[in-house]
Design a binder for this molecule. Structure first.
Ligand code: ADP
Length: 498
């Protein structure tokens, strides 16, 4: 039931179009126990809608539907080109419904509508199209052998994929997971984050409209420890793909180990951005600002350790604080808003605790550090200077709008410090010196390195973590290997070849 909030008509319409249930075997159904949970508006903390919560028996139903669709259904047997057409159609439908999906995304997540419209949605659509294009290009090889034997390989889908995604980019994370798994002919049980189930459910409906056979994509939501745990333990799942915290990633990997099934993980980060003394300071300040504050700091790739050379440190800090002060924080549906609320009360409290810890441990609060307004989960963009490597705010993933600026003097030293972390998701360098850019980008132990930019992604370019930031890569051709397995077939050749 929709509760009255200050939603305008378009938002109400978008919300009314969502079926707040579970998508199992091509049908939107209630959970078998009738259990629901509330999803809330981060602008106010008010309940938006009650959504069905998948319990263990619902997860089982979803896995069985995906199993049936894989073992007996048309999807894995369909010619790749036809699978591609259905995925292209899904992308077209997402594009036709872009405004509505963007509104749902911002309503449930709190991110500025302008970002949903110009970033999350177009990138998600592009991702689906990129993998739609792969659907008829996945093939094996004929391998010459030493014997009179012909050897052929096939790339076959893995089966039922259990995918678990977070709340920070609900549609984009969904697209990253669906594209490669579906184009290769797998079937899916997707567990979306309990904070942000709405857009995925609407896209699930569009996928059916696009012609995805029932059971190929099942969507379930609920608490991580209930729904997520049931999915990751389910013996009917052939592979687990997870995006979220390193802490939960370890649990997922243990579950995969129990059954020797493949697992891919895209986990946390504490990504260093090294600003060199030759950098154009204004451009570097802006890049470092965006690297950290984009999406309210709720990015696994957040540039959360800004290392600034001592020669430009003071000027940089002053400008970084001024930039934070100028940031337009407010209602995500206001066109000029750059920063909306954090996702939830839990995250809001956690971030403010980190701010307190930063102050207690001796970092200098240059700007922010407190709530904005008195309702919802808005936090002022926060800048700390005089941060040192041992401080909690320089080590933990905060997942909020808190920039930590550290000082460096020698390249060798800053590289060592930048790499002295259990994470290795992303990193960056800002410099006008080509050799320096090469030296630093090659020295950084991270899956992605950005030079004079940040948060650039492309469907074709591998993305993933070194060290405890993950296993495997998303995007490009590489992820297709994570969603297929190779079968080798030998056939003796009886006649000598002509
Ligand atoms: P975040 O900090 O982004 O919420 P989490 O790792 O806690 O990161 O959550 C990411 C996803 O993992 C969410 O969909 C969440 O519900 C799910 N999740 C949380 N705990 C578990 C668990 N024990 N088993 C499986 N999934 C879980």
């Amino acid at each position: 039931a929709l509760k009255e909030t200050d939603l305008h008509d378009d938002l109400k319409k978008a919300l009314a179009n969502v079926k707040p249930k579970l998508l199992i075997d091509g049908e939107f159904v209630d959970s078998s126990s009738g259990k629901t949970f509330e999803t809330e508006d981060p602008r106010t903390g008010q309940v938006l809608v009650e959504v069905a919560e998948a319990q263990e028996e619902d997860v089982d139903r979803a896995v069985q539907a995906a199993r049936k669709a894989f073992d007996k259904g048309p999807w894995p047997r369909m010619d790749g080109r036809k699978r591609g057409q259905i995925l292209f159609k899904l992308a077209d439908l997402m594009e036709e419904n872009l405004e509505e999906l963007a509104m749902l995304e911002s309503l449930d997540n709190g991110k500025p509508l302008s970002a949903s419209k110009s970033g999350d949605l177009p990138q998600s659509i592009e991702h689906i199209r990129y993998y739609a294009g792969w659907a008829d290009k996945i093939h094996g090889m004929v391998i010459p052998t030493g014997a009179p034997v012909q050897a052929i390989t096939y790339r076959e889908p893995l089966g039922v994929i259990g995918q678990i995604i977070p709340w920070n980019f609900p549609i984009l994370m969904m697209a990253w997971k669906l594209g490669p798994a579906l184009c290769a002919g797998n079937t899916i049980v997707l567990k979306v984050a309990e904070q942000t189930p709405l857009s995925a459910l609407r896209i699930g409906e569009l996928a059916l409209e696009a012609g995805l056979p029932p059971g190929v994509l099942n969507i379930i939501q609920g608490a991580g420890g209930v729904t997520g745990a049931a999915l990751s333990k389910h013996p009917g799942v052939d592979k687990l793909a997870f995006t979220g915290s390193t802490e939960i990633g370890k649990i997922i990997m243990k579950q995969a180990a129990e059954r020797i099934i493949p697992v891919t993980l895209e986990l946390g980060g504490k990504s260093p951005f090294i600003i060199c003394p030759d950098a154009d300071i204004d451009a570097a300040v802006e890049a470092a600002h965006q690297a950290l504050f984009f999406n309210m700091g709720q990015c696994c790739t957040a540039g959360s350790r800004t290392y600034v050379h001592e020669d430009i440190y003071d000027e940089f800090v002053k400008k970084a604080a001024a930039r934070a002060e100028n940031k337009k924080v407010g209602d995500p549906f206001d066109e000029s808003t750059e920063q909306g609320p954090q996702i939830s009360k839990g995250q809001f409290d956690k971030i403010l605790d980190y701010v307190k810890k930063g102050q207690e441990e001796g970092a200098k609060l240059e700007y922010g550090g407190k709530q904005i307004g008195d309702k919802g989960y808005y936090i002022a963009p926060t800048v700390f200077s005089n941060v040192t490597d041992g401080m909690t705010i320089a080590k933990d993933e905060i997942f909020g709008p808190v920039q930590s600026i550290l000082k460096w003097s020698s390249v060798e030293d800053v590289l060592e410090r930048a790499n002295d972390t259990e994470y290795g998701l992303a990193a960056g360098v800002f410099t006008s010196n080509l050799n320096m850019a090469t030296t630093i980008s090659r020295g950084l132990r991270a899956g992605t390195v950005w030079i004079n930019t940040w948060n650039v992604f492309d469907a074709a370019v591998p993305f993933g973590g070194y060290k405890m930031s993950g296993i495997g890569r998303e995007h490009g051709e590489e992820v297709i290997h994570h969603y297929t397995q190779t079968k080798s077939v030998y056939q003796p050749l009886e006649e000598p070849q002509l």
